[in-house]
Ligand binder design. Structure first.
Ligand code: FEO
Length: 402
């Protein structure tokens, strides 16, 4: 049975949500599921804009069949050739042998690699500014390399002012029937999903996202249709301003996140005492994460939100402790920048984690490492407790200065 939704003139959502898959891209926990958006424009020519992941291929095919009726599919615009949007390409070219696949040159390399057939007979290669006339609807293509893969483009429908934005402006989370961001309490319920999707999926590519935002600013956009999450048709500046901050690595909030990796509790206690001291000095909404149990994607996303980040880690095998090491390396892999960072290490006989974490943060751009850096031997003592107090005061002062 079909489950489709009208978006605007001749334009329909034919995607689907999944609430069974535990891991998106086999790495990101998605307890709230995932939405895979796909769109179709029915004009003199019919045009599919991106497909879906194979986990929802069955619903997608029912939706597409319903929308086409007895018409054929003339075009599939492939804004992004990642398998979560392209699982159905081999099926589509068999079903519609005259279909034209529309993408950048790199798109067709990826089709060959992922689907093991020659796409050339179906290929309509486009580049920056090219247009495709469907009848009343004229599609203009805007390249967006590395948002999130090198082949990516976005498509602008000149007739309706709709930007089909690929991964840009996407969210984690299955949709609850309300497709539009103005139909939900987006800031309360979805901003975190949007930030987490941005940070984890495209966070490293801030410069490329900024390039896309500049190009998009020149287009008369009425609505934004991403490949995951809600569609924007009102208050577009809400999401555009968030993207401008995230892409520039500007903290969204003056606030503190404390991450700790603890073996027997000494480092965790220091983190909690620091959090309490900050709270007692008026710092609101301090958040503390145990890296061993907290979700990595959430912790990375939190680093994109907050201005001041504290990393407190035990030493294990002369290394940063376990999941904390993963977190710090992940932040470096995401090219994290423009943060105040405080470091607390612990080691009962050979503390090393502070030095190792410092090396990682010194390799990132525009990171201010705060003083004092603290070295705990097993548990806090009078001296290190005093240093924690001094660090809390330094953070409070710094928050006031920003
Ligand atoms: Fe939703 Fe980069 O794929």
């Amino acid at each position: 049975m079909h489950n489709v939704h009208a978006i605007c003139d001749d334009t329909y959502w034919i995607g689907a949500s999944d609430r069974r898959l535990a891991l998106f891209e086999n790495t990101y926990h998605i307890p709230q599921g995932m939405a895979y958006n796909s769109y179709v424009i029915l004009d003199e020519k019919t045009c599919l804009l991106d497909g879906v992941d194979d986990v929802v291929a069955s619903q997608f095919s029912e939706n597409l069949d319903y929308m086409l009726g007895d018409r054929t599919l003339d075009y599939m615009v492939i804004n992004h050739m990642e398998p979560d949007h392209c699982a159905e390409i081999p099926w589509l070219v068999k079903k519609f042998p005259n279909i034209k696949l529309v993408g950048t040159a790199k798109t067709f390399d990826f089709i060959r690699q992922f689907h093991n057939f020659d796409p050339e007979p179906y290929a309509l290669k486009v580049t920056e500014g090219d247009t495709l006339e469907l009848g009343k609807h004229i599609l203009q293509f805007v390249t967006a390399p590395m948002v999130h893969w090198p082949e990516v483009m976005v498509t602008f429908d000149l007739a309706t002012g709709t930007l089909f934005s690929a991964d840009a402006f996407g969210e984690f989370g299955a949709l609850g029937g309300n497709l539009f961001a103005d139909e939900v309490n987006w800031e309360r319920d979805w901003l975190d999903q949007s930030r987490s999707y941005y940070a984890n999926i495209v966070g490293k590519y801030g410069m490329q996202v900024n390039n896309l935002l500049k190009k998009a600013a020149a287009l008369p956009i009425n609505r934004i249709c991403p490949l995951h999450g809600h569609i924007w048709r009102k208050d577009l500046d809400v999401i555009r301003s968030k993207y401008a901050q995230w892409a520039s690595f500007e903290p969204e909030e003056k606030s503190v996140v404390i991450y700790y990796g603890t073996i027997y509790g000494g480092t965790g206690q220091a983190a909690d005492i620091l959090a309490g001291l900050l709270a007692q000095q008026g710092v609101r909404d301090v958040r503390v994460y145990n890296t061993a149990t907290a979700d990595l994607a959430t912790m990375v996303s939190e680093a994109f939100r907050a201005s001041h980040l504290v990393f407190a880690s035990s030493t294990q095998n002369m290394e940063i402790f376990d999941a904390m090491r993963t977190l710090v390396l992940d932040l470096r892999a995401h090219a994290m920048q423009k943060r105040h960072v405080a470091l607390i290490e612990n080691g009962s006989w050979a503390p090393q984690s502070g030095k190792l974490m410092r090396e990682q943060f010194e390799a990132m751009k525009n990171i201010t490492i705060m003083e004092p850096s603290i070295c705990i031997r097993s548990r806090l003592d009078d001296e290190t407790l005093q240093q924690i107090t001094v660090l809390a005061e330094a953070i409070v002062t710094s928050l006031g200065e920003e």
